[in-house]
Design a protein around this ligand. Structure first.
Ligand code: PEP
Length: 251
């Protein structure tokens, strides 16, 4: 039985004061939530404050990126040590915005995934096709390449600490959600690739989140699909009520 995991990716939103207001709002309903694993991923500048606010709650902290290096001359980067010092547990890696705007390739995502696992951080590894890929009938080809590339050389045992997020790029921030059938089909496909890579047992234990305009109104149907084990939420995670309602849809 895979425990559902709902993560909020706040992206480049929320000042420290706004982050405090949001996390206080979330705590009212979710501080003791055990049925679903809840993760919030604020911008780096708010991690410390949010971490303090999450003390003694069930809500976990995630970051939106992490360097593949340990320390040193890497201007603008954040290391695993810095994140762990703030009690960060999850790191989003290979988000489509990182791939698209900052040219992160599967090679770099894979380096970061390996570093995260080596340092006991749990990667949320994002994959997903663009609209032109889907229209050309290349969804499976593109997703398979990203899965195999981003997760190369990860062992079956390490997969216990990995979460994959399937995020069709055409559904992110657009208001267009994949239908539950479309999403289920790709989730099932991803699980079959993982089974081929590291075996059925690891694949069966892997949690695969859906991301792309998930909101309270469509969450229940998406989350009731057999291979959809949670959500990675962008826009709807910026408002406490809408995020709480999505988490409740996963209970
Ligand atoms: C995301 O960027 O991970 C995401 C799913 O965004 P949104 O929910 O806004 O589509």
């Amino acid at each position: 039985m895979r425990k559902k995991i709902i993560a909020g990716n706040w992206k480049m939103n929320k000042t420290v004061a706004e982050a405090v207001a949001l996390v206080e709002g979330l705590k009212i309903d979710l501080a003791d939530c055990m049925d679903v694993e809840v993760v919030v991923c604020p911008p780096f500048t708010a991690l410390k404050t949010v971490s303090d606010k999450l003390e003694n709650t069930q809500i976990k902290l995630g970051s939106q990126n992490m360097s593949s290096e340990d320390d040193g001359a890497y201007t603008g980067e954040i290391s695993h040590t810095m994140l762990k010092e703030l009690f960060v547990k999850y790191v989003i890696l290979g988000h489509s915005e990182r791939r698209e705007y900052y040219k992160e390739t599967d090679f770099w995502v894979n380096k970061k995934v390996k570093k995260a696992l080596e340092k006991n951080l749990r990667p949320i590894v994002c994959v997903g096709e663009k609209l032109e890929d889907r229209e050309a009938g290349n969804t499976e080809k593109v997703v398979e390449e990203q899965v195999r590339g981003s997760l190369a050389d990860i062992t079956a045992a390490q997969f216990e600490n990995v979460v994959v997020a399937y995020e069709p790029v055409w559904a992110i921030g657009t208001g267009k959600t994949a239908t539950s059938e479309q999403a289920q089909e790709v989730h099932k496909f991803i699980r079959s690739i993982i089974a081929d890579m590291v075996g059925q047992k690891a694949a069966d234990g892997l949690r695969i989140q859906y991301g792309g305009s998930m909101k309270a109104a469509n969450a229940k149907e998406l989350l009731s699909q057999p291979d959809i084990d949670g959500g990675l939420i962008g826009g709807a995670a910026l408002d406490a009520r809408s995020f709480i309602d999505i988490v409740k849809a996963g209970m």
